[in-house]
Design a protein around this ligand. Sequence first.
Ligand code: ZN
Ligand code: ZN
Length: 215
Amino acid sequence: MALITATVPVTAFQQNCTILMCEATHRAAIVDPGGDIERIIAKLDAMGAKPEKILLTHAHLDHVGGTAELAKRYQLPIEGPHKGDNFWIQALPQQAQMFGLPPVEMFTPDRWLTGGEQVTVGDVTLDVIHTPGHTPGHVVFVQPEQKLALVGDVIFNGSIGRTDFPQGNHADLISSIRDKLFPLGDEIEFVPGHGPRSTFGHERKTNPFVADKRG
Ligand SMILES: [Zn+2]
Ligand SMILES: [Zn+2]
């Protein structure tokens, strides 16, 4: 049972919207549809994917801006983020204004997620990890057998998420990375919310913010 992954950078922020498709059933989850939904739909079509749900790591506009539209288009349930991010969803109009973007439609998740839960995509199961810091309700999705993680804006190849937004917390972010993500294993490959993929092992060696040698 494996997932086929495809990443579509969307919005002016080049946010990595990632399609997770179950190889066996072709059922797919769309993770963080930040916008540009016609491009996401084109990719789904090219993959022969049957959209099943939307998964959200956190509620920043560049990650959720296309959620309402896409959910409506395919009648999809929305799972995530953790309800600590509800204030960011309620603030979507202000987020759009702040970034000079057209107003986006509001939505309500069908399922808030918490750490220790699981989500499914077709026949594949992913673990949910609550990783506050960048936002209080940020979650990460992990498929342990495939050694794959979708980490949103928690950690990037060579960097970590910002914590200067309302309810951001630097100590929480570092703890989320070191105490919750790195223990999953060096060989886990992650897709970040922006930029190229990496592995936890590579970041433990080289990341200027959370490498082991930084104590
Ligand atoms: Zn973010
Ligand atoms: Zn982002």
